[in-house]
Design a protein around this ligand. Sequence first.
Ligand code: HEM
Length: 210
Amino acid sequence: MTGSNLKQRKQASPSSPISEPRKEGKISAKNGRNPRSSWWKIVARIVVTLAGLNICLSYLITETALWGYQNKWTNWRNYVPRQQRAFTQQELAKYDGSNPELPLLLAVEGDVYDVTDGRGFYGPGSAYNIFVGRDASRAFGTNCLSRKDHLTHDTRGLTQGELAGIKGWHSFFDNHQRYVKVGTVELDPIDPAAPIPPPCDDAAPKPRAK
Ligand code: HEM
């Protein structure tokens, strides 16, 4: 509504509510703007400017936009919807690094992650190459990296603490900034009659689990 319109209405009815505007949200007769909305615009501008300055400063000091904080949502790639694939265990086994053309994939509790960005950890000859191409949830719980029978999804007989350890690693891969979930693996059912893998004497003392 323009200023001249207001004037006309005031003259026609001096006792109209417009002649005695409410305290809040009143309309300035000068420019026809609601001063309350201008106030919010100023606040919004200050917030956006401060956020921008914060990001610039963080980038200058830490070379990251959020003072070094990283999780999956600080990587733009994780906002791009990705088609999820259902692997069989045999298919997943091809992604163990033996074929350099293929990405490195590992599974934990049935979820498959692309860990190619961690080639230094998972590539052929690296310490954690045992984890790729399979679901070795048990080893994530027992910390037993030296025994093949722990490189399995069979979690029978594990303690609550060991099961929590697996969950911790699962969450580590799920929230990792550079690893992405690419699907699931259909795990062969465990034969209840099969022997439970015995505990591992030389389990690593303290995993780097988050
Ligand atoms: C003596 C015991 C251990 C030591 C000293 C050790 C040390 C390390 C170190 C130094 C890193 C690299 C950290 C980094 O640069 O971000 C690492 C990574 C890792 N560790 Fe261990 N570790 C041990 C045991 C274990 C065990 C028992 C597990 C599995 C249950 C494990 C799983 C991993 C994995 C999956 C990574 C790679 C993390 C990634 O992808 O960023 N570690 N470890």
